[in-house]
Structure formats: C-alpha cells, structure tokens
Ligand binder design. Sequence first.
Ligand code: SIN
Length: 281
Amino acid sequence: MPIQIIPTDAALGAEIRGADLAQPLDDADFAAIERAYNDYGVIFFRDQRITPPQQVAFTRRFGEIEFNIFGERWSVPGSPEIVVVSNAIEEGRPIGVRRAGENWHSDMCYTARPPRGTMLYALEIPDLCGLTLGDTEFASAAAAWDALPDKLRQRIDGRRAVFDFAGRKRAFPPTQTEIDRNPPVTHPIVRSHPFTGRKCLYVMRDDCTGIEGIAAEEAEALVAALADHIVKPAFIYRHQWRQGDLLMWDNCTVQHRAIQDYDLPQRRLMYRTTMGGAVPM
Ligand code: SIN
C-alpha cells in the first residue's frame, strides 16, 4: 500500500497510513514521512507492533539519539536509548517516569542544541469503562506566530530569551549535578524551522526566565502572554491514544503537554525516544 498522509482537522498533525514500521522503509517512503513530519509538526501511525530495537532504528533515521535525564533513571533493559514513561509500579517500584511533561513545554529547551523531536510508542493506554484517558495535547507555535499582530512581531523578532533548566517545576527535584550540567542558555524567541524555514514562537513559562534587552517585569509579562497565546484552542491538536500508536512531534514548531487524568489501577506505558537537533536559528 502506498504511504497516505491524512491531515487532522486541527492546526497541526497528520495520520500516516500504509507504513509498517516493523519493516525497513525504502528511501522514497521515508522521504514522504519525513516531509509530512516537517510540514505537519505531529505525525502518527496506528496499529504498529515494533520491538525496542526497531523503534531505535526508526528514530535514528531522523537523527542521532538524544539521551536525557529521565533515561538515566528509567530506560528499557537492553535499550538505553528508550525512556520508559509510565505510572505503573512493579515489585513496589515505579517502572518509568510518572509525570513526564504535564505542563506545556518543548523538550530540553534549556540545552544549547534542543532535540529535533520526540517519538512515543503506546504500549498500554489507561481506560475507565471504555473512556480513554491519558491524552496528549500539542500546540502549533508556528500557527501561533502566523496569528500574531505585526506590532508584537516587530517587538519580539530578533530577541533572545534566557532558558534555565532550574526554572521548570519537575515531578522530582533535579540534583545539583544536573543543575550544574545545564547552565542557562539563550535562544531566539522567534525560530525558523531548520528544514522548512517556517517561523514559530519559542517561548514557555518557567523555562524562559528573561528576555535579553527587555526589563525583567516587561519580559515576564511578554513570556506569559506569548506562552498563553501559543496554547489557544485554535492552535491545538489533542491526541487520543490507542495501543500500538507511534506518534512523533517536532520540537521546534510544536509544544506539548500530557493530560494527567488517570491513576492506578489504570496503567499507561509508553516508550519514548528523542532525536538530536541543531542550534536554534
Ligand atoms: C512527554 O512530555 O514527553 C510525555 C508526553 C506524554 O506522556 O503524553
């Protein structure tokens, strides 16, 4: 079956049909998938049955694997590239990171080279008597930029914000070593996508602790206003997971958050891989 790309009716996102990710993809199919990924910001494949090495191999086609602080604590045995995202407890111990990303964010924006994107493979999805829980929301920071008034665009284009690892509230407090390893960095507030050139906003609450050249109080108000603008309903796609989904998001044009509306005995289990990116421009 040829690859089919079915856009969602939201500002971002497309389903890809006709791909079995357990089989090697030829270059033409991969190119079509990569183009859709760059264009739609979020793509997903339903009904996949893949092994951890197959997920790692597919991730590697988009860039080198990026390791993050969660992987050091919770990775798949034999596949250190995969982080386990889960609320499950086995033998009295959490098997994965429980509350990954419940506030709007872009992954690892506090690093000098934030990842290109992230991939989640859904193994177990929480369900309450047939009601699916544990959705993930995605916001298009590119559509948000397109909708900004010219006056505000001129105020912020070319500015750089400070991104501080220590700013974000996390499920578990980072160690001093982790804080020392991640000193504050600056990135442009308005980024250009490295493959399409599309402009997007790159601002989040907590992670962004200031804007160069703008007084602290005004910078704080601007960060809050822009962060809220990005996550307006018009720019959001909400993914309702099914077991066997493999979904990936672009970390430049897309922000995301996990909806924490479930708890044990409903289990959620995801395998997450992340691919390396470039210095934001
Ligand atoms: C994440 O932010 O990486 C996790 C998203 C999710 O679990 O839905």
